[in-house]
Write a protein that binds this ligand. Sequence first.
Ligand code: PLP
Length: 388
Amino acid sequence: MGVFSSRLPARLSSNAFSQAVADLRRRRVPLIDLTVTNPTRVSLEYPPALLASLSDSRALSYEPAPFGLASAREAVADAMSSPSVRVSADRVVLTASTSEAYGLLFKLLCDPGDSVLIPQPSYPLFELLTQLDGVEAVPYRLEEHGAWSIDRESVIAACGLRTRAVLVVSPNNPTGSMLRRDDHEWLAAFAQERDLALISDEVFADFPIAPRADASSLLDESRVLTFTLGGLSKSAGLPQVKLGWMVVSGPAGEVAQALERLEVICDTYLSVSTPVQVAAPRLIAESAPVRDVIRTRIHENYRVLVDAAATYPSLRVVPPEGGWSALIQVPETIGEEALVLRLLTDAHVVVHPGYFFDCHRGAHIVVSLLPEPDAFAAGIRACLELAQ
Ligand SMILES: Cc1ncc(COP(=O)(O)O)c(C=O)c1O
């Protein structure tokens, strides 16, 4: 299309599945939505005054700061710190969202045509996020053999002369898998050898389900330039508030150079609103009950799923270590696409097919663990009945 950039996808229209969902919604057919990941739409109880701090009058004064106000960066640093890891506020960069953080990092690390390695299966937005910055997303594989791990050969094969960074998502969406200590060590050595940065999306870190003892965070990785991402969207169940962050770690010289350059990028946009920065310390502290209700919801729904699936020998729930979603392995006979369409038209239940997240081995459906408990239980019963 003449004047438009090729950074946009060639096809802008939605696929047959989303059109079928939209069609049923238009006809007001009640649907059970097991794809919902918007925490504000699943009857969770939020403290009524949670957003009161957004009207703090200190926000009437504008003091542009590329990485954000010191008070907000300190609050994030404190929240990210633990007895074993001390995060320093001068390595915290505020962003409007994790998605925006990716865009800033691609601008920092990549020239147009460079590539980053992305996990597969994972979050489908990576394709678009990279494309919008003129960057190529090259997949490497996660494999499940009892537990998930990185297919190291696939990382080596995916890495080319123009590769700039490796993305890790832990807990991952939708597998719920976490980075293992031995994969962390291997990846750090590989990144050092190939001069790559690491980007670790840990937005679901506050939501463990059944973490392994050897789960590892990249928050304090000191050998390789590393960016660890988080945000209120998941940690406080507040995607509408628009506050994310990255923590920069690695060798001191590289961290300093990265921060110098990030400052130019962030100063160009200054995209994080002053009210949210002023409110950040209270938003973080006062959202603790929201984290708790989300944890309770995902644990209870996961238990319902496991109990229900136990009576269907042909189905398997792939155990998540954390996050907001679960993967159900189904017989390959029906086909993922046919199954999700049948679930939609016959049972009015919306689930995602595994291929939506590039699940490559076997057939899967992906369900969110956030829905209201009654709807979740009814939807899961219909899924298991049709998928078996
Ligand atoms: C793994 C992962 N990273 C990032 C995001 C986006 O987060 P944000 O709302 O902060 O852009 C999502 C949203 O679902 C996600 O699943």
